[in-house]
Write a protein that binds this ligand. Sequence first.
Ligand code: NAI
Ligand code: ENO
Length: 368
Amino acid sequence: MNAEPRAIETVLIVGTGLIGTSVALALREHGVTVALADRDPAAVRLASELGAGAAWSQDGPPVDLAVIAVPPQYVAQWLLDLQKTGAARFYTDVASVKALPIAQAAALGCDMSSYVAGHPLAGRERSGPAAARADIFLGRPWAYCPAPESAPEAVAAVLSLIDLCGANPVPVEPSAHDEAVALVSHAPHVAASAVAARLAEASETALGLAGPGVRDVTRVAGGDPRLWTVILSGNARPVAEVLEAVADDLHAAARALREVAVGDGAQAGPAIGEVTDLLRRGNTGQSRIPGKHGGPPRSYAVVQVLVGDRPGELARLFQVAKDAGVNIEDVRLEHAPGLPLGAAELSVQPEAAEALAEALRAHGWHVP
Ligand SMILES: NC(=O)C1=CN([C@@H]2O[C@H](COP(=O)(O)OP(=O)(O)OC[C@H]3O[C@@H](n4cnc5c(N)ncnc54)[C@H](O)[C@@H]3O)[C@@H](O)[C@H]2O)C=CC1
Ligand SMILES: O=C(O)C(=O)Cc1ccc(O)cc1
């Protein structure tokens, strides 16, 4: 399908939580008129106060595009209800699973020519409109599923939405989408939860020693368990297959380490080789994850700088980087437990690292 992005001027967002409100905020930045609906009136009010648009009036003229941003199990029913009243010319959704809502929509008798399913691969581990941000889709993949029966104008409207949100459109077949996200999103979520669950009864000593590694590995485990239960049940077989493979690797590593533990640690023997092999395969897999804006993986240089826990410290730090002409690609903050300071880790292009370190030192920052 060679549909070009096409302007959409009016959009209805159903479900003004994290994703719906983030889409609305991104569209508002481009002057799109946005109507908001949610079963929770407080969510509409908050989204509206945040500048995401105005409460939807069902009597208004049809909008160009309705974006259904509710949990996956409600997508098909909303599509049917909206189509019955002619609420929009075209329809899409953002649910994290694709085959099931599409099959449910077809089974309910929805008009499949005006609906093109979608899924932005961007989000946060927080829910609700208060966590929404206009920029979460920038440079991120946005899967969409054109079907043989999709009207080219419907595909164009969805491409326009993706374009206005600053994301990269990725056309994909629904079942291929579900297999892919089982590997890159859904199984990792369960694995993160399994690691984080070990911390539920961790001692204060252990928690006080937590560093960036455990934070990275468990970040997504902060997600909403009810939403994730629906996502995982909607993609059960593909996720189970990935988890079984991960569990095999974990069992093998645990068995090998048991063998090492009963032997002499210094003379680990052949068993440890299995663990080394897993670590090496991990290096390979990790290095294949594309960079921030897609494309080949990029390695950034990391400049560490100590920052005091005072208002405005980070703003000052970013100003120094800006004045030095250095673009900060990513930033991570590590708080030292019990101390009024922390370390900021600034990821920059390798060729800019020295200039940034010098500029920071010249302004009195401690760069180790
Ligand atoms: N959380 C994330 O990072 C991502 C989530 N998604 C998908 O986006 C969709 C929304 O998720 P979030 O925004 O994270 O959730 P959320 O919990 O922040 O927002 C969902 C909103 O939908 C409303 N809602 C629930 N059932 C409804 C119904 N039957 N009718 C009308 N409104 C209803 C809720 O009141 C809430 O305001 C889900 O389908 C999810 O799979 C997609 C990409 C990322
Ligand atoms: O927080 C992250 O890094 C995510 O990857 C969030 C996310 C959650 C659910 C999705 O369907 C897509 C993306």
